[in-house]
Write a protein that binds this ligand. Sequence first.
Ligand code: 5AD
Ligand code: SF4
Length: 418
Amino acid sequence: MKFYIETIGCQMNVNDSEKMAEILSEYGCIQTNDILLADFVIVNTCSVRFSAEHKAYSLLGRLKEQKEINPNLIIGVTGCMAQYAAKEIKTRCKYVDFVLGAKDINSFSQTVTKYVPKETEVNENKQENREVFKYITIMRGCSNFCSYCIVPHVRGPEVSIDYNEIIKEVNKACDDGIKEIILLGQNVNSYNYSGVNFTQLLQKISQIDKVTRIRFMTNHPKDFSDELIEEIAINNKICKHIHLPLQSGSNNILKAMNRKYTYEQYKTLYEKIKNKIPDINITSDIIIGFPGETDQDFQDTFNASRQLQFGGLFIFKYSPRPKTFAAKLKGNVPLDIIKKRHVLLLEDSNIISKNINEKYINETVEVLVEKVNNGVAEARNSQNIKVFFDTKEKLTGEIVNVKITKVLPNSMSGILQR
Ligand code: 5AD
Ligand code: SF4
């Protein structure tokens, strides 16, 4: 049996998809990259923005046709949308075989037994596919209730995972040849399992000899401690990249978003991090068009982006989500204004990121090679910037030096140094 998994949304979903793929492989199924060849398709959904839900429904529409041609096709819907809109999915897409919410991912194995024929239940060797990094979920859910965000409503309250389990998973990943561990949570800074906080968890993981590189995401400025800044500064296994979502540069909007910090507090934290860790790359998220966002509020965000000089900025158009507090707010910003503000900020932030990357020109950077395709290697430096270079060697999983010759806003390229 061949299976295909479409992952929409965040790294949490990527991680859950990996877990589902592992289970299906244990059942003797083989993963395919061609959806048309699959007998079992899983759509792992996201509900953080309307566009993500739209993407899932479009794919499900195409799968309806595929099922008409191949009536044996099994279609499963998992993830956040499956969690809160199971009824709607089942009504709109009657041909879907099962809907399994994000919180029920642990029962995926049980669900599979209903669809995968018993005789294929053999433990096949997994395909020889060298993975370089591994996502490890350290906490589930979120208790922050940012007023625009559906996550706490769908994934439930924040729960930290037992560090003993995390350490076990890290050890296993390293034994499988993994070079980079990426710790995941909606707000890893508030990790706490029986008194062990996030900094202490990082210390425990970095003490494992086999661990080469550690990344983590995502952060919340209200919980980013001095102790953590110190640890990142001194611990050379921790990559020098922090994704620190700002969301808005306007204090009025930040308050309405329930972010629990002011722009000034964010800026103080940002500068503290930059001073303590000079080679750090800080990236961020911004939402444009939150209800009531005035020209002045947008200007504040634009100015913040100029003042802070992020290494990379993800800019999202506000999307009202069911169940959220913000969905009930008045002051809807017209779409044409949102689009204009989006373009203005995007163009400016791209220039900023490119300028920041310019400092790497003629510099030699250390990168971990993630894959080599048709003679082009795709790698990443500690600062999480993608680096491309030509090579004929099989370098996947190796740490090499590259002299940078060209930079773009979100990536750079160079020449392998030997
Ligand atoms: N509309 C637009 N962007 C959103 N995000 C979260 N919820 C929404 C929404 N309703 C963005 C935030 C968050 C990122 C993962 O997605 O910027 O940091
Ligand atoms: Fe959503 Fe805020 Fe939680 Fe992030 S911290 S998942 S934006 S509620």
